[in-house]
Design a protein around this ligand. Structure first.
Ligand code: SF4
Length: 115
């Protein structure tokens, strides 16, 4: 497990310790819908929706390391896994993972699922 920094942000698995976009050692590919990955990845259930913005994602895989049951880096971007067991989701860990994304590419929102 990575040590938490004082500001509540964990460093990337790949070594990027900055939560700020634009640091030189943290290359970010350009999102390109033509590569088959789309410009975002989303999933959700059980009252929560998760979106990864591929225009922001750096593929550094912090999210995958922190919550591999939800996030997986495929090619150039993190994806919300298709096999997430949303009924078992740890909402606190999910939100913590989103806050720790160094590029702020993960959005977690509450939804009202149909009964
Ligand atoms: S979503 Fe965030 S933490 Fe996950 S790979 Fe992309 S930039 Fe890194």
């Amino acid at each position: 497990m990575n040590p938490q920094q004082a500001d509540g942000v964990w460093p990337c698995e790949a070594g990027c310790a900055s939560p700020e976009p634009g640091v030189p050692d943290h290359d970010r590919p350009s999102a390109d819908a033509s590569d088959g990955a789309g410009v975002e990845s989303r999933g959700g259930g059980n009252g929560v929706e998760v979106v990864v913005d591929h225009e922001l994602c750096s593929r550094a895989a912090y999210c995958q390391g922190r919550y591999p049951a939800v996030f997986e880096v495929v090619g150039d971007y993190a994806e919300v896994r298709a096999d997430v067991a949303w009924s078992d989701i740890d909402r606190a860990l999910l939100e913590e993972t989103a806050r720790g994304c160094p590029w702020m590419a993960i959005e977690v929102t509450a939804t009202r699922d149909p009964a």
